[in-house]
Ligand binder design. Sequence first.
Ligand SMILES: Nc1ncnc2c1ncn2[C@@H]1O[C@H](COP(=O)(O)OP(=O)(O)O)[C@@H](O)[C@H]1O
Ligand SMILES: [Mg+2]
Length: 284
Amino acid sequence: MKFELRNVTRRFGERTAVNDVNLEIPQGQMVGIIGRSGAGKSTLLRMINRLTDPSSGSIHFGDLEVSRLRGNALRGWQRDCAMIFQQFNLVPRLDVLTNVLLGRLNHRSTVMSLLSVFTREERIMAIAALERLGIEQTALQRAGTLSGGQQQRVAIARALMQAPKMVLADEPIASLDPLNAKIVMDALRDINEREGITVITNLHTLDTARGYCERIIGMADGHVVFDGTPSELTAEAVQAIYGSDRDGAGIDESMTSTSINIPASAERPARSSAGVNALAAASV
Ligand SMILES: Nc1ncnc2c1ncn2[C@@H]1O[C@H](COP(=O)(O)OP(=O)(O)O)[C@@H](O)[C@H]1O
Ligand SMILES: [Mg+2]
């Protein structure tokens, strides 16, 4: 199933945030979007998820015209493309398990949702999602008490509960230290590779895009100015995306790097399954 943007433009008053963007993204691609602050990256993602509507142009998923969806069909689409944000967007005073279960809300009737009635199967699914991300031991803690890296993993577990076709991540590691950034990017890659879910992620660092994404889209001033593989992203292309400093010097790639390189020994700890059945029993 092909995802497509055709001549998509979004204006905010005088400002054109996204300017005549055309993209085709096949199912299962891992795509990184890079560019300076203000280039239009977030607006582009938000239009895909229909948090913002295009001023003109259209968005398609197979035969579905995403940009025309209303009501239930729109909610269905928003369930199909889960969104992950820089600031996690969890409910801090609720426990982790409930936050993950909130990913099921769009699958449920309003009354059941209001009552927060989740089935045993859903609870088990939520714990399995937490286990997959290596944070099942936090299930009963309030989300607000977790570290940033743990909170972002909860957000990914919540996204998985939506059983999405696409995951949209808006600078998911911008607030994280390098170790947690690696864990979160590894998790996104794992979802992409194992489930074949398309991942489109805005990234503020070049090396992360190069290291994780098979396709990199560079935006500048609302336009797509680069679309290619990491190896095609030459110094010249980087210059076209980021421009040059006021003194005329080019952007040094190290300036846009987080140095995410972590030795293999620091990989995420082996997951324990021992506690999971106990947790399931405690909370079902
Ligand atoms: N809701 C909004 N209202 C007015 N202007 C906006 C809004 N959202 C984004 N913009 C403007 O659109 C441009 C692109 O913003 P954005 O998509 O957030 O860029 P990026 O994510 O690449 O930093 C910026 O000039 C920004 O100020
Ligand atoms: Mg942004």
